[in-house]
Ligand binder design. Structure first.
Ligand code: PA5
Ligand code: MN
Length: 189
């Protein structure tokens, strides 16, 4: 077991980079359908296609009890009143939970129970750990003015299922209201 190559990996909390790991980049065009304000989305896309976030993952082993982690860096910005966000997903293995740890910057996570639709908005920032239970869709938003970096630790066999949330989106949206992130029902917009 101790022959695993990646017993130790180094990440940079400021840039979200992990040495020796490649990043997946998501631009605005990759988030079609995520923002409620489609006019604002189209206008922003017409003006350019900014990088919203990148994620680098360390996958030391892929067995039954193994763990992976990823470092994300989500840039600050808004589309209309919605903050820059991640696509959001369920885990392909629905029982897989995940721990998020805020490293720098200021954000929130939107959590949605797959079965009941119950939604919570919780803070993600330094010195905060967010527990994402199994069967819970999760999306991250940068609510501050500087990049938000964070770590997610999840079972190796969790897998990412983007299909369900891409098809119906989250039930709630997080918008800036009076300078603060506010959780609203999508239908109430
Ligand atoms: O595994 C996770 O939950 C994170 O590492 C996310 O993948 C990361 O925040 C990017 O979000 P998404 O996978 O929804 O694009
Ligand atoms: Mn996840």
């Amino acid at each position: 077991m101790l022959k695993i190559e990646r017993l130790v990996s180094r990440f940079d909390p400021a840039t979200g980079a992990i040495s020796g790991a490649s990043s997946v980049e998501r631009h605005l065009s990759d988030l079609r359908g995520c923002f409620a304000d489609t006019a604002a989305y189209d206008a922003a896309l017409a003006a350019g296609n900014p990088l919203l976030y990148s994620v680098a993952a360390i996958e030391p082993a892929g067995g039954e009890g193994d763990l992976h982690y990823a470092v994300g860096i989500l840039r600050p910005g808004r589309i209309g009143r919605e903050y820059f966000m991640t696509k959001g997903h369920l885990h392909a293995w629905r029982l897989a939970a995940e721990f998020y740890f805020g490293l720098s910057g200021e954000g929130v996570m939107l959590l949605e129970d797959e079965a009941t639709g119950e939604s919570r908005m919780v803070p993600l920032r330094p010195q905060h750990a967010v527990y994402v239970p199994g069967r819970t869709a999760h999306r991250t938003m940068n609510t501050g003015g500087v990049p938000l970096t964070y770590i997610g630790v999840y079972p190796a066999k969790a897998g990412h299922d983007y299909g369900v949330m891409a098809a119906r989106n989250f039930r709630c949206v997080v918008v800036e209201r009076h300078g603060r992130p506010t959780l609203l029902e999508r239908q109430a917009l």
